[in-house]
Design a protein around this ligand. Structure first.
Ligand SMILES: Cc1cc2nc3c(=O)[nH]c(=O)nc-3n(C[C@H](O)[C@H](O)[C@H](O)COP(=O)(O)OP(=O)(O)OC[C@H]3O[C@@H](n4cnc5c(N)ncnc54)[C@H](O)[C@@H]3O)c2cc1C
Length: 365
């Protein structure tokens, strides 16, 4: 039986383990964190990711956490629409997206794996192209090592040396909030160098995020964020006021420069370890799920890892570039640039917006 060690038990690593187990491989996932943390945030899964989850056998379990009807679009600070998404056509053409708590998604993926596949509390120090993995509990060997250990991957070093993540120039706060009134809108609000997003979760809570331009590692508190968004339209100040400072996530936003390969010897990189991208398209996790399915499909073929690289690298890197461009536009801060941007958005028809999404959302395995 072929063997694999997956380094990292996040969305990408767990999905890769599921894909490989489905192909009859014996798999161990090594995850450094002892337990999945329930704090923090939701994740939007678009139709491409839901098709990947279908291929992994858990699409319907995830869809059960989707919202039946929401409106969507982008507003300005005062709440006036800059663009509205044609949700009916989006659902008919591509399938409805799902916003789900990350911990719930990981639960679903992990529950689909056989008992004992995921070993938590094990930190990997190094991997080598001959399939050895040095970790806090010893050394393991396998036919395949999957580097799914995130943007600061240690496995990546064996594939392409040290590659430093690039700071995007903005920072993000995320929270999951109990709000008294129901929210039925999945949208963003764009201001000058600041952005706020919100989406209802199926359990009635609201996932929201605040993004603003800032120097790398700038200190800040939830109260500071509240001040930055004071005066923005309802329910933004109410959401920030209701956030629990102990349960918010704060991350500076980075991406990776385009790698020249995702594979070397017995190693394949996947998810953020391979192509960490800015979150502006909500596609980092979705791309990790696509990677997992294609890796599972490729390993049975001759030159399987070369095939994986050929099928995944151009697409993931194209989406990463697009996501970075959208971030540049969304974070514009000078009044003239913002006025031009907002006018262009008001004039762009919803059909053009959907056409632009097609290359990302139309993916099938
Ligand atoms: C603000 C923000 C919003 C986002 N929103 C979305 C969204 O709406 N939709 C979407 O699709 N994506 C979104 N993303 C991107 C998404 O979160 C990532 O692309 C996705 O989590 C990547 O999954 P991964 O498994 O590759 O990496 P990670 O989630 O980083 O998981 C890596 C795992 O490896 C473990 N690990 C790391 N190093 C080691 C080691 N040395 N030994 C053992 N284990 C190790 C970590 O503990 C972790 O569990 C967002 C990102 C951010 C920052």
């Amino acid at each position: 039986m072929s063997t694999a060690i997956v380094v990292g038990g996040g969305i990408g690593g767990t999905a890769a383990a599921l894909a490989l187990v489905g192909r009859g491989w014996s798999v161990q996932v090594l995850e450094r964190v002892p337990e999945v943390e329930a704090v923090g945030s939701g994740i939007s899964l678009w139709s491409n990711a839901l098709r990947a989850l279908d291929a992994l056998g858990v699409g319907d379990a995830v869809r059960a956490h989707g919202m039946a009807e929401v409106s969507a679009g982008v507003r300005d600070e005062r709440g006036r629409w800059l663009s509205r998404t044609d949700v009916t056509t989006l659902r008919e053409r591509f399938g409805a997206p799902v916003v789900i708590h990350r911990a719930r998604l990981l639960d679903i993926l992990r529950a689909a794996l056989p008992e004992g596949v995921v070993r938590t509390g094990i930190s990997v120090r190094e991997a080598t192209v001959d399939g050895r993995v040095l970790h806090s509990a010893g050394t393991s060997c396998a036919d395949l090592v999957v580097g799914a250990d995130g943007i600061r991957s240690v496995v990546r070093r064996a594939v392409c040396g040290d590659v430093a993540p690039r700071y995007a120039g903005y920072t993000a706060w995320r929270a999951v909030i109990d709000l008294d009134e129901p929210l039925t809108e999945f949208g963003e609000t764009w201001g000058r160098g600041r952005r706020f997003g919100m989406a209802p979760l199926a359990d009635g809570r609201v996932y929201c995020f605040a993004v603003y331009n800032a120097p790398e590692h700038a200190p800040g508190s939830l109260a500071d964020v509240g001040e930055l968004f004071a005066g923005w339209h309802h329910p933004i100040p109410a959401l920030l006021a209701a956030a629990d400072p102990h349960a918010v996530l704060h991350n500076d936003i980075y991406d990776l420069p385009a790698l020249s390969t995702f594979t070397a010897g017995r190693i394949a990189l996947l998810g953020d370890a391979a192509h960490a991208m800015t979150p502006n398209l909500g596609q980092g996790g979705c791309q990790a799920l696509e990677d997992a399915v294609i890796l599972g499909n490729s390993v049975g073929e001759p030159n399987g890892l070369a095939e994986y690289d050929r099928r995944r690298r151009p697409r993931a890197q194209m989406i990463a570039r697009r996501s970075a461009r959208i971030g540049t536009i969304a974070q514009l801060s000078t009044p003239t640039a913002v006025a031009l941007r907002d006018t262009a958005m008001r004039l762009t028809p919803a059909s053009a917006q959907l056409r632009a999404m097609a290359t990302v959302l139309d993916w099938t395995c």
